[in-house]
Design a protein around this ligand. Structure first.
Ligand code: CA
Length: 358
C-alpha cells in the first residue's frame, strides 16, 4: 500500500507538472512595444514590423507584439523610462539617446572612428559586447539586444565646402551624440533638432550643416535640393538600434518563447543592415542624373586628424568616469584593434585591389 501510494503521488506529481507545462504552452502572450519612430518610418519601422511578424509566425500565434509608434505614445525619447517602469513590455530605439540618464548606454550604438557593422556585431555576439550591455541595463530592470544597423552613416550635408579647420569655426550643425561633442572640440556649434524641422532649419540658415543617416533616409528629407556637399562618414560607422525588454516580462515567458523572441530580434536586426545597404544603393543610383549639384567630399586630413585627436581625448575622459565605462572603452578598443587587423587583410585589401583595376 505504502509503495503504491508513493507511486501514485509520483504519478500525480508528474501529471500535474505536465498539465502545468501544457497550460503554459497554451498560454498566449501579447507584448506591447513602444518605438521611438513615427508610424511607417522607413527601414527602422520595417524592422519592428518584420520582428513582430517573425515572432507571431514562429510561435504559431502564442506570442504577439503590438507596436505603438511615437504618434501613439507621444514620448519618442521616453522609451527607456516606459519600459523600465513596465508601462511598455518592450522598446525599439537607440541606446545613445539615454546618455543623459545613464552615460554608459552611449557606447552600444556606434562610436566615432569605431567598429564597422560586421566588426561590431562580432563584438556583441562573440566578444564582450552583449554581457557589458546587460550589465549596464540590469540596474534598470531591462535587457537590451541589438535592434538593427544602418551601416556606416554619411558625414552630413554642408552648404559650403569645408577646406580646412578654419571653415568649421562657429559652423552651426545638427549632429547629436558623442560626435557632436567631438565636433564641438574642433570649433563647431552642434545642435540637435527633431527630424521634421531639419530641412527648414537648413534652408533658412538656422543651421549651416546637417547629418542625418544616409541616402535612403536623407534624400527623402530633400537636403540635396539645398546643399551641394555631401561628406563621407566617420562619426557613426555602424549605428545599431536597440530592442529593450522589461526584465520581469522576460522572466514570465516560457523558455521556448524567449528563444523565439531572441531569434526574431537577431534576424530582424541583421536584416535591417541588409535592407539599409539595398535602400541606400537604390536611393543613390540616380543622384548624378537627378541632382548633378551634389558632390561627395572627404573632410580634409587636418580636419580628420583634429577630430581623431579630440575623440581620443573625450573617450579617455568618458572612460575615467567609472569602472564600467572604463571596461567598455577598453573592451571596444582592444576588440577593434584585433578585428581591424583582419579587416585590413580581407575586406579592405579586396576593395583596394578593386580600386586599382577599375
Ligand atoms: Ca546620424
Amino acid at each position: 500500500m505504502k509503495i503504491r501510494s508513493v507511486l501514485s503521488a509520483a504519478v500525480l506529481a508528474v501529471a500535474t507538472t505536465f498539465a502545468a507545462t501544457q497550460a503554459l504552452a497554451q498560454e498566449k502572450f501579447t507584448l506591447r512595444l513602444a518605438e521611438t519612430w513615427g508610424p511607417n518610418f522607413p527601414i527602422f519601422g520595417d524592422t519592428t514590423k518584420e520582428f513582430a511578424k517573425l515572432v507571431e509566425e514562429m510561435s504559431d500565434g502564442r506570442l504577439r507584439i503590438r507596436i505603438d509608434s511615437a504618434n501613439k505614445h507621444k514620448s519618442p525619447f521616453g522609451v527607456f523610462d516606459m519600459v523600465k517602469a513596465g508601462q511598455y513590455d518592450m522598446g525599439h530605439s537607440a541606446s545613445y539617446y539615454w546618455k543623459g540618464k545613464v552615460p554608459e548606454t552611449l557606447f552600444f550604438t556606434s562610436m566615432p572612428f569605431g567598429m564597422t557593422a560586421l566588426e561590431q556585431y562580432a563584438w556583441f555576439y562573440y566578444g564582450d559586447g552583449m554581457d557589458l550591455m546587460q550589465e549596464v541595463y540590469a540596474p534598470h530592470n531591462m535587457i537590451s539586444f541589438p535592434g538593427g544597423n544602418t551601416g556606416i552613416q554619411m558625414g552630413g550635408w554642408f552648404r559650403k565646402e569645408i577646406k580646412s579647420l578654419d571653415d568649421l569655426q562657429g559652423l552651426k550643425m545638427r549632429i547629436p551624440g558623442f560626435a557632436g561633442e567631438v565636433f564641438a572640440e574642433v570649433g563647431v556649434s552642434p545642435t540637435n533638432i527633431p527630424p521634421g524641422e531639419l530641412y527648414t532649419a537648413l534652408e533658412r540658415n538656422t543651421i549651416d550643416a546637417v547629418e542625418w543617416v544616409g541616402p535612403a533616409l536623407d534624400l527623402r528629407l530633400g537636403f540635396q535640393q539645398i546643399a551641394d556637399y555631401y561628406y563621407t562618414g566617420w562619426h557613426e560607422p555602424a549605428t545599431e538600434l536597440q530592442f529593450l525588454v522589461n526584465k520581469k516580462v522576460w522572466e514570465k515567458l516560457p523558455s521556448d518563447l524567449q528563444t523565439i523572441l531572441k531569434t526574431a530580434m537577431r534576424v530582424s536586426a541583421y536584416d535591417m543592415l541588409v535592407l539599409s545597404q539595398h535602400e541606400n544603393a537604390e536611393a543613390w543610383a540616380n543622384i548624378k542624373k537627378d541632382y548633378p549639384n551634389v558632390q561627395i567630399k572627404n573632410f580634409p586630413s587636418d580636419v580628420f586628424q583634429a577630430m581623431y585627436d579630440a575623440n581620443k581625448k573625450l573617450l579617455k575622459e568618458a572612460a575615467g568616469k567609472n569602472d564600467v565605462a572604463k571596461r567598455i572603452v577598453e573592451s571596444q578598443e582592444s576588440y577593434l584593434e584585433k578585428t581591424r587587423a583582419y579587416t585590413d587583410i580581407s575586406e579592405r585589401a579586396y576593395l583596394n585591389t578593386m580600386a586599382e583595376v577599375e
